[in-house]
Design a protein around this ligand. Structure first.
Ligand code: NAD
Length: 252
């Protein structure tokens, strides 16, 4: 590995994991993208290459050269074998949003990885301290919440649990910034799901739904009012649709 490269392990190569692997490979890091489902492993190179936000689209739009795209793709090892990721300096977990699944994985990774490995979670909102408690390395456990699609969105919500060290936080912020993201460090909470982004987003959706349920305005009217009043790029319902099916004009 050359200077500046960090071996990254991504566990779970679905929608988020494959995009995270793509971003880190473009940033120059070797990536082991591990999924327990052989179909997800087989689909990985296609998603990263030809996917809607993939490398070939970036080449077509002049964002990178063909050889840069080829080199990025070659830096990702898609595999079902988690041992291949065990030596990673940083592991980013992107398995489904189930706390039991994530706790079990963090417990296993803690046993399998060398002492220095940082374990980061792309959970959408579970307390990072619950994952840290499953390990004997709480100082090297952190939340690194990405937004979809990872190649496009700049979000790097870095969630610091009570025992996360400065060294771990700095290392992840540096990696995120060097990959073109905009790290913001927030405090973990044992009480709430959602960190900052999904708590605020959830509150907005709850209130919009209440307004519609009371018959005060339609969804389209709520969206229009919020755009016109606060210069939001889209209203609450437009945001739900953008976050789930992609934003109009996203290119990656
Ligand atoms: N999809 C989004 O918009 C979005 C945005 C931000 C954060 N997230 C978070 O990212 C995480 C992943 O979400 P996703 O949408 O990519 O899910 P996904 O279902 O697309 O992918 C999850 C992958 O994990 C694999 N997997 C499950 N258990 C595993 C294990 N033990 N080891 C290895 N692989 C395993 C599955 O086979 C699957 O391919 C979730 O925590 C989610 O809340 C999702």
């Amino acid at each position: 590995m050359s200077a500046g490269q960090t071996l990254i392990g991504v566990i779970g190569s679905g929608v988020m994991g494959s995009g995270i692997a793509q971003v880190m490979a473009i940033a120059g890091h070797p990536v082991v993208a591990c999924d327990r489902d052989p179909d997800a492993v087989a689909a990985g190179p296609g998603l990263v290459g030809e996917g809607r936000f993939g490398l070939w689209g970036a080449v077509a739009r002049g964002k990178m050269t063909e050889s840069e795209a080829e080199a990025a793709l070659a830096r990702i090892d898609f595999t079902t074998d988690r041992d291949a990721a065990a030596d990673a300096e940083v592991i980013i977990e992107a398995v489904p949003e189930r706390l039991d699944l994530k706790i079990e994985l963090f417990r296993d990774l803690d046993r399998e990885c060398p002492e220095h490995t940082i374990l980061a979670s792309n959970s959408s909102g579970y307390p990072v301290q619950a994952l840290a408690a499953a390990t004997d390395r709480a100082d090297r456990v952190i939340g690194w919440h990405w937004a979809s699609p990872p190649p496009v969105m700049r979000l790097a919500e870095i969630v610091r649990a009570p025992q996360t060290s400065d060294k771990t936080t700095d290392a992840i912020c540096r990696l995120a910034a060097a990959a073109g993201k905009n790290p913001v460090v927030v405090k973990d909470s044992a009480m709430h799901w959602g960190y900052v982004t999904n708590r605020v987003y959830g509150a907005m959706i709850r209130e919009a739904n209440a307004v519609v349920a009371e018959g005060i305005a339609s969804r389209a009217e709520v969206d229009q009012l919020m755009v016109d009043s606060f210069r939001w790029p889209s209203g609450p319902y437009g945001m739900v649709s953008g976050a789930t099916t992609g934003w109009e004009g996203d290119k990656g």
